[in-house]
Design a protein around this ligand. Structure first.
Ligand code: AMP
Ligand code: MG
Length: 341
């Protein structure tokens, strides 16, 4: 009975993760389930499921939950009391975490040819993505917003970030990945292994107690309750998906998703339904997933060819799934092409 109950709970948790995440974790993926401890919380605008293996991990789960709640309070763009809102309101900040995140986001913005752009908050607001009151803004309204967007209007020096008049930052494209990095470091410090599902961001930590790989599912954008592929990973890895099915609205048969193209100030239309990035670092995986979704498959693969710190899975609008060669031996459970083969 107990075993059935545990299995049922695991299946329900798995279904819940499928429903909520761009990628999901199979709690049953071949593990003996050695003293796993779990906690679910809501932070950073998403459901988070934390699972750790080890004897004294309840304390660590509490620490992780506290850390995530603190980061949420610091980095939330909608919480009027957050450090980010203070920056957006006052136009300047010396908050260490904010300055570090802004600095790294600018670097990644440059590396992605401007596809990752943390200055698009006024544009998100115009489309209603933060408020949920969706609308298609008039072209003139978008044009006017060009005057208060663009990372070149931002000054960062000596631990201080300064925004130009009217400018507002949004760290939604990287915050969960950054949070996953801090959580991973904390769990590793405590000598624990596990898997942390922060919405569409999955972070594996260390080695599974039974030695089997972590099994991460990549959602089918047409049916997020199902996986189109599974990834089999060992060690600490970040797996982050950005997709057009995660937050969107439809008008006159057109789907408008929450990831914006800095060139058009419109929802990205690059021929992709989703991009999953696998990397050693959550910040990088998160920022790149958003940027690659904007860039599309060709430019995305170009960036991959020029890099050595990530792998990716592209799901195109026509259903084609393309994986970069480094993932070839790690994917299963679906049909895919390998880039360049
Ligand atoms: P993600 O879910 O990680 O792909 O991040 C998407 C979120 O980042 C959106 O909900 C916006 O808050 C913000 N965002 C949208 N477009 C961009 C972009 N091109 N660069 C940076 N942040 C963006
Ligand atoms: Mg992202």
């Amino acid at each position: 009975m107990r075993r059935i109950g545990t299995r049922l709970l695991a299946a329900l948790l798995s279904a819940l993760l499928c429903a909520l995440c761009g990628c999901g974790f199979f709690p049953e993926g071949g593990t003996k389930d050695v003293s796993a401890h779990e906690r679910t919380l809501f932070a950073m605008d998403t459901e988070m499921d934390l699972r750790l293996y080890g004897d004294e991990d309840e304390a660590c789960l509490a620490e992780l939950a506290e850390l995530l709640t603190r980061l949420d309070r610091q980095l939330s763009v909608t919480d009027p009391d957050s450090a980010l809102s203070a920056l957006n309101g006052a136009g300047a900040s010396e908050d260490e975490t904010l300055c570090a995140l802004v600095s790294r986001s600018l670097e990644l913005g440059a590396r992605t040819g401007g596809a990752l752009d943390i200055s698009l908050y006024p544009v998100s607001l115009a489309w209603g993505f933060t408020t949920g009151t969706y609308q298609v803004p008039a072209e003139e309204e978008l044009e006017a917003l060009r005057g208060i967007t663009g990372i070149d209007r931002l000054k960062l020096s000596a631990g201080r970030v300064e925004l130009a008049e009217g400018m507002k930052l949004d760290l939604g494209a990287v915050a969960k990945g950054y949070a996953a990095d801090l959580c991973r470091a904390l769990a590793e410090e405590r000598g624990l292994s596990g898997v942390l599902a922060l919405g569409g961001n999955i972070q594996t930590v260390g080695r599974k107690p039974d030695g089997s790989p972590w099994i991460i599912g990549i959602q089918d954008p047409d049916n997020p309750g199902k996986f189109i592929l599974t990834l089999s990973l060992t060690g600490s890895r970040a797996v982050v998906t950005s997709g057009d099915y995660q937050r969107y609205f439809e008008r006159d048969g057109v789907r408008y998703c929450h990831i914006l193209d800095p060139e058009t100030l419109r929802p990205a239309q690059s021929g992709l339904r989703s991009v999953t990035v696998v990397a050693g670092e959550g910040f990088l995986a998160d920022g790149l997933a958003t940027a690659l979704f904007v860039l599309g498959p060709e430019k995305g693969l170009e960036l991959w060819r020029a890099s050595s710190d990530f792998e990716a899975v592209f799901v195109a609008a026509d259903g084609t799934v393309t994986v970069t060669p480094g993932l070839k031996e790690l994917v299963s459970g679906g049909t895919f092409e390998v880039a360049g083969e």
